[in-house]
Design a protein around this ligand. Structure first.
Ligand SMILES: Cc1cc2nc3c(=O)[nH]c(=O)nc-3n(C[C@H](O)[C@H](O)[C@H](O)COP(=O)(O)OP(=O)(O)OC[C@H]3O[C@@H](n4cnc5c(N)ncnc54)[C@H](O)[C@@H]3O)c2cc1C
Length: 320
């Protein structure tokens, strides 16, 4: 029986649930016991997905200002490993996970494969695949050492929807190493919350063919209640920030609707599209690679497409 621990960060329960598919690729579902630990607020929504959910026995984490911070999360995961001897530990590669995973791997004296995007396994030989050299090549990594197989996994690469167990087993764990934080937050400066394109169900993405009128994508995104994304061509020209880049060296996204305007469909861009419901390609050239994978192709100028669609949306709004 393989024992896997998935850390459910304090950001998003779905990110932890999706890692069940990663476990599936590692060992299959039979003879695998999946344990979940994380922020108490997130744990409740994992009921039915994980075999075992672990919570803090003494509520030490809530008491006396003992925050659920990076140090305490690492302490807790270390204690859990000492108690359960997991075969593998999976952590979502979000900003908390990226700080916890290396700390934990040092404590456990084991290797860490960061930012895993695919897993090849025949049950015995496991290869963890991740981009290397800024995405110039994909590296397959095997763990030959002792200790658990530790990885942080890129978000949206794996997807898991269905419940696995009728009822998760809840276990209380008496964590001992909960520390008061040595860091005191003095003040924070008002800053607009960074929007994450991965959270949007509708993305209007612009590529090289939109460089002259990229700003106009924002109007369409607003009208469709979506967000703007971009290909690397736009980022490299410093028209938009890297945080909205889709692709192998950018973000992996799974929206319901992806409208790719003036994007050729290079393989490195397509790598970032996972489980889209609908893809509409707007391109001057009907033979651009992206058109071959689109549900709907609009052949023509991207700027004209945006203007016409906006006129149609606004007319509809007025008719209401
Ligand atoms: C290691 C590595 C990592 C990479 N990672 C990424 C990544 O994460 N994401 C990514 O996107 N790329 C990535 N790239 C770059 C990738 O190879 C392509 O160069 C890039 O995706 C091209 O962007 P594009 O299709 O928007 O632009 P272009 O190649 O310039 O294509 C523009 C497209 O727009 C069409 N067009 C032109 N004018 C109009 C118009 N007015 N209206 C409508 N259509 C028009 C053209 O027909 C064409 O199809 C990476 C490359 C490398 C080497």
């Amino acid at each position: 029986m393989k024992k896997c621990l998935i850390y459910a960060g304090n950001e998003n329960a779905k990110e932890a649930v999706d890692l069940i598919e990663a476990v599936d690729h590692l060992y299959g579902q039979v003879n695998t016991r999946i344990y979940g630990f994380g922020d108490p607020k997130v744990l409740k929504s994992l009921e039915g997905y994980f075999d075992v959910l672990i919570r803090d026995e003494g509520s030490e984490l809530q008491k006396n200002d003992m925050k659920f911070d990076i140090i305490n999360i690492t302490n807790c995961l270390e204690e859990l490993y000492q108690a359960y001897d997991f075969d593998s530990i999976l952590i979502p590669a979000n900003y908390v996970g990226r700080m916890v995973a290396p700390r934990l791997s040092i404590r456990l004296e084991t290797g860490l494969v960061a930012d895993v995007t695919a897993i090849e396994s025949d049950g015995e030989n496991i290869e963890l695949i991740r981009p290397a050299y800024s995405g110039k090549l994909m590296a397959a990594i095997r763990n030959r050492g002792r200790g658990p197989l530790m990885m942080s996994v890129r978000q949206n690469v794996f997807q898991w929807e269905k419940l696995r167990v009728e009822k998760s087993q809840w276990k209380k764990f008496p964590f001992k190493n909960i520390e008061a934080s040595e860091v005191t937050l003095l003040w924070t400066e008002g800053q607009e919350a960074m929007e994450d394109i991965r959270e949007s169900e509708i993305l209007i993405a612009g590529g090289g063919g939109t460089a002259r009128y990229f700003d106009e994508l924002e109007d369409l995104a607003e009208a469709l209640q979506g967000r703007v994304a971009a290909s690397r061509k736009i980022i490299d020209q410093e028209i938009a920030p890297r945080s909205i880049q889709v692709g192998q060296s950018g973000k992996t996204i799974s929206p319901k609707l992806y409208i790719a305007i003036g994007i050729s469909g290079a393989i490195q861009h397509i790598e970032g599209l996972k489980n889209l419901d609908h893809l509409i390609a707007v391109n001057k050239k009907r033979h651009a690679p992206i058109c071959s994978i689109a549900d709907l192709v609009v052949e023509g100028d991207g700027k004209e497409f945006i203007e016409k669609l906006l006129r149609r949306i606004h007319r509809k709004d007025q008719e209401k």
